[in-house]
Write a protein that binds this ligand. Structure first.
Ligand code: KPL
Length: 301
């Protein structure tokens, strides 16, 4: 198994595969990144929530030439396509690609670039973070809901080799409704936490009627995709459950990292325009988020 991207999610996959004794390689960005890991003897201090493990990771760069049978793409949405394209010569027609990105757009771009491979996509609720280089904390054990992006296929056999104690995965076919639902929740919370620079729990009070209007539009957009959900109820529940959390988008803003706005709210607005559905509250939210990003000298896409 190959994991692409040594961010928190990629490291979480690597650490769990290592603990499970499953052969894997974690593909890092370049030689420089590989050398900085090698200076630390490829050591990862992994806190699984109750125990600490000192793990020696199996790392390589894209320049390696061993064939890739299963590729777990754990990069950010905006780097996924270019990173997968670098590995294309190593993929066989029977290779599987599992995309773990937030939002939508990156999965479809990779599917277009790799028409010969089987593509799966996942919605991940695990929480992991890196307190320092070479350290990873699995702060919240979550679930990986995954399924085929388009074709109606069964779950691949390699998924069964993942021990349930480490990988709480759930097969969902089709997966698109799950990805859309997650995207709609992220649209309703994350951009507001960006523009008000607030925790999730403050969003209803700060955004007021604007949040209500966005939820109505998102519910209509979901209905156009064949999903009839009480999004308002779900979003308020997520807000209550994560009230003191800083959303992933706000964390990116504070860390000076490019956000996934274009793959979340940008994607929703583009889909609404494509469907001929007016979404003025969401368009206004997108513009406000982009202004906020500009003010922080961050890309608006
Ligand atoms: O998934 C989230 C994120 O921070 O990206 C939450 C806040 C739970 C919902 O938007």
């Amino acid at each position: 198994m190959h994991i692409l991207g040594p961010g928190s999610l990629g490291l979480l996959w690597a650490a769990r595969l290592q603990l499970a004794g499953i052969d894997y390689r974690l593909i890092v960005r370049n030689q420089q990144q590989l050398e900085s890991w090698q200076r630390r003897d490829n050591q990862l201090l992994f806190n699984d929530g109750s125990q600490r493990h000192a793990l020696t990771l199996a790392l390589e760069t894209a320049a390696h030439d061993t064939p890739i049978k299963q590729l777990i793409v754990a990069t950010k949405a905006h780097t996924a396509l270019a990173a997968v394209q670098l590995l294309q010569p190593r993929l066989a027609p029977a290779s599987d690609i599992l995309m773990l990105q937030n939002g939508l757009g990156a999965q479809q771009a990779v599917a277009r670039a790799c028409p010969g491979q089987r593509l799966y996509a996942a919605s991940v609720t695990d929480g992991a973070w890196q307190p320092a280089p070479g350290e990873l904390v699995w702060a919240g054990r979550g679930r990986t809901t995954l399924g085929p992006l388009s074709a109606d296929t069964d779950s691949p056999a390699w998924l069964q080799t993942l021990p349930p104690a480490l990988f709480d995965w759930h097969w969902q076919n089709p997966i698109m409704p799950t990805l859309w639902r997650k995207l709609a929740i992220n649209c309703a919370i994350n951009p507001f936490t960006l523009i008000y620079d607030c925790c999730n729990g403050e969003v209803p009070e700060r955004a007021g009627a604007w949040l209500t209007a966005c939820l109505t539009e998102l519910e209509q957009l979901l209905r156009q995709q064949g999903i009839d959900d009480d999004l308002t109820g779900i979003v308020h529940q997520v807000i209550r459950n994560t009230a003191t959390n800083s959303s992933s988008m706000r964390q990116d803003l504070h860390a000076g990292r490019r956000t996934e706005i274009d793959y979340i709210l940008g994607y929703a607005c583009r889909q609404a325009r494509h469907d001929g559905l007016p979404v003025p509250a969401l368009e206004r939210l997108l513009q406000s988020a982009q202004i906020c990003l500009q003010q922080h000298q961050l890309p608006t896409d």
